[in-house]
Design a binder for this molecule. Sequence first.
Ligand code: FAD
Ligand code: EPU
Length: 353
Amino acid sequence: MHLDQKVSLKTLHTFGMEVEARYFVEAKTHSEVLTLLNYRHMIHMPILFLGGGSNVLFTRDFPGIVIRIHSKGITIREQDDHHVVVTAEAGENWDEFVQHCVNNHWIGLENLSLIPGTVGAAPIQNIGAYGVEVKDFIESVQVVEIDSGKQKRYSNIECEFGYRDSIFKRALKGKVIILNVTFKLIKVGEPGGERVAEKSLLNLDYGDIRGELQRLGVTDPDIGDVRTAVCNIRRKKLPDPAEVGNAGSFFKNPVIGKALLDSLQSRFPEIPSYAQLSDDDFKIPAAWLIEQCGWKGYRNGDAGVHPNQPLVLVNYGAATGSQIVELAKKITDSVQQRFGIRLETEVNILGSL
Ligand code: FAD
Ligand code: EPU
């Protein structure tokens, strides 16, 4: 392991701010993470564990040590004719892991294709897209406690998953490092074998997946076709961080109660809403609220609101984290004023202003 000083983080996070870490080290294996942790009592400075940097916003240089988790490995724990239980190390690239599962016709994660970041960060906000949340396929999450160095395995239930939420964002925030994640995925026999069974398990109902499959001329989709369709839709809708800095949705979609929805519908009959599992809860697209407040395509210097997807705040080049935070605050205030809904941030904002 090599400890570097004054390392630029510009290419190590997707917002692409020009910020520096005082110290930087990459942990390439599970045991390197544990070794670094053994030194924690000697390191009298802030520590940040970073995965792919696709859900963080730096508002200033990081005054301590940034540890990039880069541990690799995918291990099959057990399998039978119907399931495979597979563990992936925290530093595995999420989308490469999904591709691996799709190649093996292990069903479950294909709708989560092309989400940036690492396997280790996936449970933290319970990543979700196109009708699937990663919690649906997580069996357990292995962590090490930063204070005690003790390892513990959290079962799916113990992770307390919710929409863009888990115990790792609340009670365990800053207290544990996720070492690896174990998934239980569905198998339907040899690849190409039982296509009918596979098709019945695919989740095609969300958004424009069926429309995209039609455009691709696919009438009898397999898991690989679903991945292709999801990737195509995402490439059309979301800005590529390689071209313009962003961290995906900056805000969560708010979930509101029936009484507030009724009152909003009387003033804004066209407001979109999606019923949730609990009869009294409705998800409102934050993109719609932000667009209604006139922010879509807004730009001030290099800080902006994406012209196609107003939920995504962007850095056109030289925006600072503080400028993005200021913009987010103005958007939050205007949505609150107009609709009485307080938007919550999805992205992890690092460093005080
Ligand atoms: P990082 O940004 O590196 O870290 C995020 C937080 O987790 C930080 O607080 C960090 O300290 C902590 N952390 C990271 N790794 C560990 C670990 N091993 N142990 C303990 N703490 C850790 N999200 C979705 O849910 N759905 C989407 O559809 C989606 N689309 C996106 C599209 C784009 C273009 C972008 C840029 C982002 C998108 N995201 C989406 C958000 C992002 O991809 C996810 O939140 C992803 O899981 C972040 O992974 P990461 O490794 O980059 O985490
Ligand atoms: N909309 C507008 N104007 C727009 C765009 C969208 O009003 O310009 C409204 C429409 O009503 C549309 C709705 O927003 O139907 C939903 O838009 P979209 O399908 O693009 O999804 P989203 O709610 O904006 C969520 C996730 C994404 C995830 C997609 C697909 C959150 C915060 N965001 O976005 O996740 O990829 O669904 O499932 O839940 C992320 O978390 O970083 C992320 C990108």
